[in-house]
Design a protein around this ligand. Structure first.
Ligand SMILES: [Zn+2]
Ligand SMILES: [Zn+2]
Length: 219
């Protein structure tokens, strides 16, 4: 048996409503900018200058899956390096403070970005449609994955018992606990979907992989 649901919460302190309100304000601002990005992408598609396409036969079915995985891998790398840069003392205050202002994350923190951060995040999707051929379905699937993943990693509790996923999954994919540690410690766990860059570049908390194992062996 896994831990009861209430014991899987990761917050050290009670959630503060003022923080949630601030997160919502930033999220609305970010959403307005992301809407502008979407409008730009559609206009560029209409002008025929993007690599977006609409016919599944264009590159074949296998390419839909391949390009979807490619977008996630490229976005994960992009996010890791910009996120690490955001935490540099020169940039943190005006680029990334908004996302960390609430301390413990809640789902409302998922898209709580200062406007400069929202611009840098949005530029990824504005840029990717000029770099690799993407079907509209692939683009929408990547956007949905990003949204669901962001909410999942900012839940503030573990949605699933530790035994729900196989151990290798927890080692290579980022979940609520992994990202909550980033919100507590700042100096570790900069990745978005995968732990690959954190492991490779030594920014994974040294206790992270031992904690889930201990949980499993205790039950
Ligand atoms: Zn976060
Ligand atoms: Zn951060």
């Amino acid at each position: 048996m896994g831990k009861p649901f209430v014991k899987r919460r990761l917050h050290l302190k009670p959630v503060v409503w003022k923080s949630i309100r601030q997160d919502i304000e930033l999220s609305v601002l970010s959403a307005v900018f992301f809407g502008l990005c979407a409008a730009f992408i559609i206009s560029a598609y209409d002008a025929g200058v993007t690599l977006l396409y609409t016919s599944v036969n264009g590159y074949g079915l296998w390419y839909l899956a391949l390009s979807f995985v490619a977008v996630l891998i490229i976005q994960d790398a992009y996010f890791y390096f910009i996120h690490r840069a955001f935490h540099h003392p020169l940039f943190f205050k005006w680029l990334h403070y908004g996302h960390h202002r609430s301390g413990d994350p809640t789902p409302w923190t998922s898209f709580a970005f200062d406007l400069p951060e929202a611009i840098i995040q949005g530029l990824f999707f504005v840029g990717i449609v000029f770099l690799i051929p993407l079907h509209f379905i692939t683009l929408i699937a990547a956007l949905m994955t990003m949204t669901v993943w962001a909410v999942f990693t900012h839940l503030g509790f573990e949605l699933f018992p530790s035994q729900f996923f196989p151990q290798w999954f927890g080692r290579w994919f980022i979940g609520s606990t992994h990202h909550a540690i980033h919100h507590h410690k700042y100096r570790v766990h900069y990745g978005l979907y995968f732990t690959f860059w954190d492991k490779l570049l030594g920014t994974q908390d040294s206790n992270y992989e031992r904690i889930p194992n201990q949980k499993i062996s205790n039950h």
